[in-house]
Design a protein around this ligand. Structure first.
Ligand SMILES: Cc1cc2nc3c(=O)[nH]c(=O)nc-3n(C[C@H](O)[C@H](O)[C@H](O)COP(=O)(O)O)c2cc1C
Length: 156
């Protein structure tokens, strides 16, 4: 089994719940991407506007925790929510800042039914890094997707 780290960002808990299920299934280490408390708003539409402005200006949010040492890992499961059809901006901050070496990146993401171009945007942000097929689950599915989660893990 490859040495695995689960890296995730979660604004309202769904991706964190999926990350926890992945952790239980794999025993992998975890790292939560966090941003300063005042980075986003309390409500979804203002938060979406803030994230769009961050993308347009290229001013991605700062991470509030130091990055983990990624050198031991062969495989990073990298998870986050879909925001406006793309990865939430803290995911982009992580991808921009992290030296992932030769590790493969396996994206997992949660959404409310419209995942948009998440995976294409994730690959673009990953640049030349190897990216596997992703695991896409709606927020309503997270608690009830044991077979899908296991199938995805098996093919990694
Ligand atoms: C700013 C923002 C933008 C969102 N944009 C989308 C979207 O484009 N498509 C979608 O299906 N869900 C969208 N959602 C819903 C979330 O992707 C979904 O609830 C997800 O599971 C939340 O994950 P989290 O609880 O880990 O933050 C959005 C939520 C927020 C807060």
């Amino acid at each position: 089994m490859p040495k695995m780290l689960i890296v995730y960002y979660s604004w309202s808990g769904h991706t964190a719940a999926l990350a926890q299920r992945l952790q239980q299934a794999t025993g992998a280490d975890t790292y939560a991407i966090e941003v300063p408390k005042d980075t986003f708003a309390q409500d979804m539409s203002t938060t979406a506007d803030i994230a769009k402005a961050q993308q347009q200006t290229g001013q991605l949010p700062q991470l509030s925790q130091p990055l983990p040492d990624l050198t031991p890992y062969d495989l990073l499961l990298v998870g986050g929510p879909v925001w406006s059809g793309a990865p939430a901006t803290p995911m982009l901050s992580f991808l921009a800042a992290a030296d992932t070496g030769t590790a493969r990146l396996a994206p997992f993401y949660t959404h409310a039914g419209m995942a948009g171009d998440y995976e294409a945007a994730f690959k673009q942000a990953a640049g030349s890094r190897p990216v596997t097929a992703g695991l896409s689950l709606s927020d309503a599915q997270v608690g009830n997707a044991t077979a899908q989660i296991q199938q995805w893990l098996d093919q990694l």
